[in-house]
Ligand binder design. Structure first.
Ligand SMILES: Nc1ncnc2c1ncn2[C@@H]1O[C@H](COP(=O)(O)OP(=O)(O)OP(=O)(O)O)[C@@H](O)[C@H]1O
Length: 284
């Protein structure tokens, strides 16, 4: 399995505060990886290091292929038409696939002669995405590309990313603090909390490894054998646990699978918890 991005012991310090601490992760090639975390978790900082805009204070980052980056504010020039935006991209980039860019935008019904300021938010996101894709990257890094889009446009952008990954050798790393947007599209999950990587792994594996348990309140501090508690709470006579490790055979607990949002929220509410498969499992 080849790796599109690997960081080892990565740290970034701004003046006196650490934005990232000891971040080690790997994203296998061909995945759509979600980078989620609350405001200030360090997502943008991690993406900037990955694309070479920022030099880490400590640790290492490795991106073996060509990388393209779409910044948070969808960098388009308001006075440019879509065609002029493409011409600009072509002049700036050594590798540029004009035929692909034109065909993609035409296929999406976006008029090439329209000024970018007069496009809808969803169309602007698609133009910015096309400019990044026309550089034919191996790794496409997107910082909150869905911000300010309505639910339909968010869905369209994510669906179109899935099509791109299916049709070409491409890895996507996409940051968001809205897990629901990524649920149907992303197959790799990285959770960043307070500058630390809490979770990094295959979405299906992570979902299969975790369970939501309900049991008698007095068992809140004695979880079933073989499980590791991510989050525990007690309401009235019931204890609720979200645990890593399955199956649970103790009949005093009833178990059900978790969804992606529950899993992410449990880790974010428990900053000390982590689910980090051995990096050796993802070989370069
Ligand atoms: N240029 C900077 N100088 C000083 N501190 C910074 C700088 N950029 C970011 N920080 C701090 O580093 C931490 C991580 O910020 P970062 O923007 O990477 O987080 P984020 O997860 O992308 O947040 P958001 O979801 O709000 O975009 C925050 O505490 C932020 O205030």
């Amino acid at each position: 399995m080849s790796v599109a991005l690997r960081t080892t012991g990565l740290g970034v310090r701004y003046r006196r505060a650490d934005a990232l601490r000891d971040c080690s992760l790997a994203v296998p090639a061909g995945r759509i990886a979600a980078l989620v975390g609350p405001n200030g978790a360090g997502k943008t900082t991690l993406l900037h290091v990955a694309v070479g805009l920022l030099t880490p204070t400590s640790g290492e980052v490795s991106v073996p292929g060509r990388v393209a980056f779409m910044a948070q504010d969808k960098p388009l020039y308001d006075t440019f038409t879509v065609a002029e935006m493409l011409a600009f991209g072509r002049r700036l980039n050594r590798v540029w696939d004009q035929e692909y860019a034109t065909a993609r935008l035409t296929g999406l019904g976006i008029p090439l002669d329209r000024r970018t300021a007069r496009l809808s938010g969803g169309q602007q996101a698609q133009v910015a995405l096309t400019v990044a894709l026309a550089r034919r990257p191996d790794l496409l890094v997107l910082d909150e590309p869905l911000a300010n889009l309505d639910p339909l446009a968010r869905h369209d952008v994510m669906r179109s990313l899935m099509v791109e990954v299916a049709e070409q050798p491409l890895t996507v790393l996409i940051s968001s603090h809205v897990v629901a947007d990524l649920r149907d599209t992303c197959d790799w999950l990285i959770v960043l909390g307070g500058g630390r990587v809490q979770v990094s792994g295959d979405v299906d594996d992570l979902l299969a490894e975790h369970l939501a348990l309900t049991g008698p309140a007095e068992l809140v501090d004695t979880p079933p054998a073989g499980t590791r508690v991510v989050e525990a709470s007690r309401t009235g006579r019931q204890a609720r646990l979200l645990v890593r490790g399955a199956p649970v055979l103790d009949p005093r607990w009833s178990a059900r699978p978790v969804d992606l949002e529950e899993l992410v929220m449990a880790y974010l509410r428990s900053p000390q918890a982590s689910a980090l498969p051995a990096l050796a499992a993802v070989r370069a």
